[in-house]
Design a protein around this ligand. Structure first.
Ligand code: NAG
Ligand code: NAG
Ligand code: NAG
Length: 128
């Protein structure tokens, strides 16, 4: 029977297209997170040291996405993050609802560009 083969080919085709779509949807978020990570100190002590382009961004520690693979939450309390927010590209996160960075080792000012987080409803930069 030819039908199972055709179904198989169709499934492969859908999988390849899906993989392509999901890898591009959050490229700006992914790049922004890796860029910020590169500015942090003593990153080896943090679970976010595992953030890597080799893995899907939505599987990264503390990163939550919605069904369209956009980053909607950064849940990173007590993640041994040491550094500042100056290099955090807030523009790349138009869908971010929650930013929780409490109990880390952040220093310096809160950049005015944090106002670019148009979808934000929860922000915690405290030493909770
Ligand atoms: C990330 O991908 C690498 C291989 O590319 C794998 O060894 C590692 O376990 C993955 N890490 C996570 C957290 O999934
Ligand atoms: C994911 O987020 C984007 C941006 O907010 C939104 O347009 C889309 O509807 C969301 N998808 C789901 C399934 O929540
Ligand atoms: C910040 O992110 C936006 C959206 O992805 C991008 O257009 C811009 O070039 C980025 N800015 C920097 C400094 O990387």
């Amino acid at each position: 029977m030819a039908l199972p083969n055709q179904v198989f080919v169709l499934c492969i085709f859908i999988l390849v297209c899906r993989a392509h779509t999901t890898s591009t949807n959050n490229r700006q978020e992914s790049m922004a997170l890796l860029q910020w990570k590169s500015t942090l100190d003593s990153i080896n002590l943090s679970p976010i040291s595992s953030w890597s382009p080799a893995n899907s961004t939505c599987s990264w520690y503390g990163v939550l996405c919605n069904a369209t693979e956009h980053v909607i939450k950064l849940h990173l309390p007590e993640a041994h993050i040491k550094g500042h927010l100056d290099a955090f590209n807030f523009t790349a996160f138009p869908h971010l609802i929650e930013l929780n960075l409490c109990k880390n080792h952040l220093v310096g000012a809160i950049p005015a560009s944090i106002s670019q987080l148009k979808a934000l409803t929860y922000l915690d930069l405290s030493f909770c």
